[in-house]
Design a protein around this ligand. Sequence first.
Ligand SMILES: NC(=O)c1ccc[n+]([C@@H]2O[C@H](COP(=O)([O-])OP(=O)(O)OC[C@H]3O[C@@H](n4cnc5c(N)ncnc54)[C@H](O)[C@@H]3O)[C@@H](O)[C@H]2O)c1
Length: 386
Amino acid sequence: MQTQLRIGMIGVDGRGGLWRHWHQPAGRSVIAGGADISAEALEQFRTEHGGQPFVTSDYRELLARPDIDAIAVTSPDYCHEEHAVAALEAGKHVFCEKPLAITIGGCDHILRAWRASGRRLMVGFNMRYMNIFRVMKEIVESGAIGEIKAVWVRHFVGFGSDFYFHDWHATRANGTSLLLQKGSHDIDMIHWITGAYTTRTAAFGGLDFFGGDRPNDLTCTDCPDRDTCTEVSHSRRVQCAFRQEVDVEDNQVMIMELEGGIKASYLQCHFTPDYHRNYTFIGTQGRIENSEPEMKVWLKTRKSRTWRDLADRTYDIKPAEGGHGGADPVICRDFVEMVLDGKEPLAPPLAGRMSVAAGVCAAHSLRNGGIPVEVPPAAGFWPRDN
Ligand SMILES: NC(=O)c1ccc[n+]([C@@H]2O[C@H](COP(=O)([O-])OP(=O)(O)OC[C@H]3O[C@@H](n4cnc5c(N)ncnc54)[C@H](O)[C@@H]3O)[C@@H](O)[C@H]2O)c1
């Protein structure tokens, strides 16, 4: 029986930093190689790794290696379809970052390749591993709020331009819509906690703060306004947030109808002063709500003529070590256990496809006057078998 998983990374910098969780030479997984189009990123990876990882600028060379069992696709969104399909076709197990792909067709292509491969596929929905959302999921599963009928989510992506407006994320060609970025996590949370996928959606949105008339090649480093601009970037992502090519919306409201007639609404805004991700799920017996800044979940129950209506409860969420509220080391471990032990991951591949599908349909709606759009089911996956 195989005791150690040998993993190769496509994309070693940025999110590719997940390799540090997987590289445990005395443990159950090691990072055996990495591919990246950036020579600098590869060099940094090779040096920090310390062993002798295989490095290449051509991901196909990584896939051709028989000593690599699994591939982590941590390249930008617009590469996922190509990289994940090629890895599955090369017989590798795949961890693919969210969003699974940037089109519904792209996701379906990956799902077909996955099914044909007989290998395992996991999507990087690390929010499913965060304590605060696991607690919400458990409360719902305990039956404490009854049957969920309505959901309300607001996400203030309050780091302004830092996440998405200084690089490739800011164009539709590269990512379709920011509803597939933070949005794909939030839509997935709504799907996961309700246990239902979106069937119909409509949305409004706009590009009301970022974008503009600055040249596409302007960078913060060279900008004459760098001392006064509120959005000046000090990270490695330095394209101007007010450049002409920016065409993804920076705020959206999305309404959704889910299986079983559950209604949900989602607001995402990228120019709020503060960061906040706030969810409430309302059921026939009560309501839960979270506060990420306070790390709390509140459960309020309505009259039920049972013990449930004797008290409301507050959950104090315990902090966890590691990136993304402790989720990153756990999702990495889950990937290894999925491949080596046959464990079912928290997020099945279909979940990756359904959150992209809902986001793509909402983007289509908001760019076409807010029309309702039916979310197409994944061929061969309906009725659901994940
Ligand atoms: N789940 C999460 O919490 C989370 C967090 C951050 C990013 N992500 C996802 O991770 C992915 C990467 O995001 P990022 O911010 O690290 O992006 P990034 O732009 O920093 O790129 C990551 C790496 O991929 C490399 N790369 C770019 N094009 C490549 C290609 N064609 N072939 C090989 N390597 C290539 C880059 O040089 C870089 O080293 C995105 O899909 C993003 O949505 C997920």
